[in-house]
Ligand binder design. Structure first.
Ligand SMILES: Cc1cc2nc3c(=O)[nH]c(=O)nc-3n(C[C@H](O)[C@H](O)[C@H](O)COP(=O)(O)OP(=O)(O)OC[C@H]3O[C@@H](n4cnc5c(N)ncnc54)[C@H](O)[C@@H]3O)c2cc1C
Length: 383
């Protein structure tokens, strides 16, 4: 289908929305992004982008062969929590390089590329609903303004207000997992940049370097039954973080000691959406498939979605068939990856004898662990 001059509205200017907008614009579409926030920002925190996401960033021209602002990964060190004893070293996946990004940097790269390509990005534009008409979608903003578009893409995140239009009301379920996120300045090191996954009973901490190893990204996950706040995220107290991970020693204990600002994310989930599109409106990214972060794949999946959506338009003859082909291509993979992330939640937080037994196994199979997930990293939607 020639999408030249076809009008698209993308709801949400996160990683998924901006990547989709750029991909559709590069294919010739006229694209407007509607973002509710007053500016495109991300709270300081990192993202791991594995080969399956990197190939999309390269194909979109967002990064070159040597990606700017990314920090190449030399694998992951698995540690026990008490003294930080190394259990195993997991080499990088053979499928290709993983890069560590500061979220704000990746968002900035996507934003600049989208603007340069001619995407119209509107801020302070919160979408209330989308109505389907025979030949177009009507987008209603909270301000009361109505926009008409031939195709709407909802990339409005895990709390998508648009998803219920296609799937009815589904209350997000609190997973009893809380993510603390912080970045800590570090002095330059000559060590090769690696992630570190430190596992303890009911908790784990992931750290990896950002911005030429000048910052250390910290994600500390704890199981918790209580979350009384309405919101999903709020500022956290670093002393509370330290108290909750007080028995984590070794390198991660030293890093936690230097956290002076932290944010808390309560991890709520909805299942992978049953219905992704209605012929005029489609879901993309977390709106379609929110995931626990334990495979570091949410943003990677959103990048894959963006590319496959654009290709579906190139290969199909109409908007309805393009959106149906996109859903058929993406849903099975999203279900598989989300399930793999959920399984890791249990493995990372084992207690007592189970934890010791699992560590024994990991010390043997650790070097081959990345191969287990080849099916995730090997996938290149751009070929
Ligand atoms: C602790 C943690 C660590 C993670 N680590 C990784 C990792 O290492 N690698 C990885 O690949 N993924 C990771 N993820 C997942 C990743 O952050 C998400 O999957 C990704 O950001 C989803 O992008 P998105 O564009 O779909 O949604 P979002 O990033 O949530 O963006 C949605 C956008 O839509 C806007 N919006 C919402 N509602 C409206 C509306 N009604 N109108 C207009 N705009 C609206 C929002 O303001 C926002 O800008 C992690 C997640 C967490 C919680």
């Amino acid at each position: 289908m020639n999408i030249k001059d076809l009008n698209f509205c993308v709801i949400g200017g996160g990683i998924g929305g901006l990547a989709a907008a750029l991909a559709l614009r590069q294919a010739g579409g006229k694209v407007t992004v509607l973002e509710q926030a007053a500016e495109l920002t991300e709270v300081g925190a990192g993202l791991q982008i594995s080969a399956n996401g990197m190939c999309v960033l390269r194909a979109l021209g967002v990064v070159g062969d040597v990606p700017a602002r990314g920090q190449i990964s030399y694998g992951t060190i698995l540690r026990d929590y008490r003294a930080g004893r190394i259990i195993s070293r997991v080499p990088p996946p053979e499928a290709g390089e993983t890069y560590y990004y500061h979220r704000a940097d990746l968002l900035g790269l996507l934003h600049d590329a989208a603007r340069q390509a001619g995407v119209d990005i509107r801020l302070n534009a919160q979408v209330a609903t989308v109505n389907k008409h025979p030949s177009e979608a009507e987008i209603v903003l909270r301000s009361g303004e109505c926009l008409r578009t031939e195709c709407a893409i909802a990339a409005d995140g895990g709390r998508s207000a648009i998803r219920p239009i296609l799937n009815g009301t589904e209350t997000p379920v609190f997973t009893h997992q809380i993510a603390w996120r912080a970045t800590v300045p570090v002095t330059q090191t000559s060590e090769k940049p690696c992630a570190s996954l430190t596992m303890g009973p009911g908790r784990h901490v992931v750290t990896y370097p950002l911005r030429e190893q000048s910052l250390m990204n910290v994600v500390a996950i704890e199981e918790r039954s209580d979350w009384t706040e309405e919101g999903w995220r709020r500022r956290g107290d670093p002393e509370d973080l330290r108290a909750r991970f007080a028995d984590f020693g070794g390198p991660v204990g030293e890093i936690l000691a230097r956290v002076d600002e932290a944010h808390l994310w309560a991890l709520f989930l909805r299942p992978v959406a049953q219905s992704w599109q209605n012929g005029r409106l489609a879901l993309l990214g977390d709106a379609a498939h929110p995931t626990l972060p334990f495979m570091a794949q949410g943003a990677c999946l959103a990048l894959e979605d963006a590319w496959v959506l654009q290709r579906a338009f190139a290969e199909q003859s109409g908007i309805g068939s393009a959106l149906a082909a996109y859903e058929a291509a993406r849903r099975p993979r999203a279900v598989q990856v989300v399930a793999a992330a959920g399984a890791n939640a249990r493995k990372f937080h084992l207690r007592g004898p189970m934890r010791l037994a699992a560590q024994g196994v990991l010390s043997v199979v650790g070097p081959r662990l990345a191969r287990k997930y080849d099916w995730i990293y090997d996938f290149d939607p751009t070929v």
